[in-house]
Design a protein around this ligand. Sequence first.
Ligand SMILES: [Zn+2]
Length: 586
Amino acid sequence: MSPNDSYQDKEDILSKTSIKEYIDKNWSECKKSGSGYKVLCPFHDDKSPSMHINDEKGLYHCFVCKAGGNLVQFIKEFKNLTYPETLEEISNFFNIKIPKKNYKPIGEIGLDKKMFDFNKKISLYFKRCLSDEQANLKPIKYLKSRGFSSQDIEENSLGFAPDSWDSITKMVQDKKELLNIALSLGLIIKKDGKEDFFDFFRNRIIFPIKNRQGNILGFAGRTIGDDKAKYINSKESEIFSKRKVLYGLGNFNKLNGRKPKYIFIVEGYTDVLMMNHFGLYNVVATMGTALTLEHANEIKKISNKVIICYDSDAAGIDSSFKNIDPLFQFGIEIFTLRLEDGLDPCSYLEKFGMDNFIQRAKKSNLIIDEYINYLKDKLIEKDLSINEVVDNFVSKIRFVQDYIQRDEFINKFSSSFSISKRKIESIIDNEFVKSEISSQKHNSNRLLGPEDIILKVFLEFIDSRDIGIMNKCSKIFNNIFHKEIIDIIKINPEAEASGVIGSIEEDATSSMLSDLVFTPFDIPNDRQLRGKLILDCIKRIELDSIKDLKRLINLRLSKDGELTDKDEKELLNELKDLIDREKQLQ
Ligand SMILES: [Zn+2]
């Protein structure tokens, strides 16, 4: 729900509704399963009911596509409604009165719209500048040289920011509100300490960056002058965050609602657009950053498979491996497509055509095969020791959710390096808290880590929410989602799980939270035992972080000749302290 509604309002509304009833009547009948219900998931191409419903808690969760949340989130996604429209739907369906004040999109929601509108206006301006072809032969020439047709330019609203310091500044400088919006979007910049402004994008080809709804979140600008920075992006704002946005999603509507079997991840803007040019719309790129969990979450909503198609040079291969962790965490299968002769997707498509490209894509390699070969090379070249190779492999593989797949990867690895499978499995097991759930053959194969277990206890047992312990958790949790959830519980210490979910603005976080609620784990009913469980988990987290630090120090110590005696002594002291702390905890 909107963060602006009071907590009590949200609880009131949700307590008068039944998520099961809504889904029964508006989608498909929920069937009893265990203590809850199951229904076909409307958010992915579901063959057997994968969506779990807990009507008592008012929550849903799909273990396949990770959709999850409360009734408001369900309706918003299912019917593609805005927040006020969703409240209206609830009010009508359940015949309950919802105070009018809740309808109003207030605060940030209103500001978002103003920002989208302003970006749209500026995008039209950039577009006009580009179409003024006489004056701007150079940008048009560049785009044509990259293979863009006039239709591509038009459809993607490509534009041009003129070589001027004040084209946008002039538009807004006398209008206080617009000036502030332009500033917060980073389209104009304030000169140091003065009430004086200048344009951010100058002499650049402009690529508007859109979300799936088609709103413009920000821009990318490619220089056509001799600026050292080839590409620059709008600055981070309320509506634009590089760690969340994927370039290319704005064109997914051209798939006409079809769920693609896989999504291509390519290196840059022009790769996306050229693949679009050849009729492939299931393509995204990050904006010069590594792929994040938020990106993986966006991808997971659309498909379970990705094909990474980066350059075949060492840099391209390295960056494709960086994508493994977040994608595996969301249970996404990863393939890589390395094109011959250093061709990128555009040049390959131009040379061999789309059918050939698709055939080639179907023969993509599993990324794990490439990764094992890569580790082999590193071992042979003595860049990595065998222990580091195992560590590297385990750190990736521990995120693979599918047990059969994980087993297959471990088999491959153990035969490539002649290390026993048992050994690798025991290392992986050590990374998790030993728990009963693996034997409980449920729909979730996820093993809960210590952070997960703590959060699950806090979510389900309000009387376990000790503020001192929660503060400690905020400090020691490593993962941003875990941190975010604990912070929300701290603010709403009386909220039930569905209320906590309602206060979350990030899809990725609410999905992770509903996953936690629906992943089975036996929490003791006795309050004291629960307290003990939490303390055990905290100890586990602390021990793990000591283990990581020790590994790091040992790694540095193992690099002979690179350390001065003083450094070495300091490291040994640190190591000794860590070992002492470890002993105290154990
Ligand atoms: Zn689903």
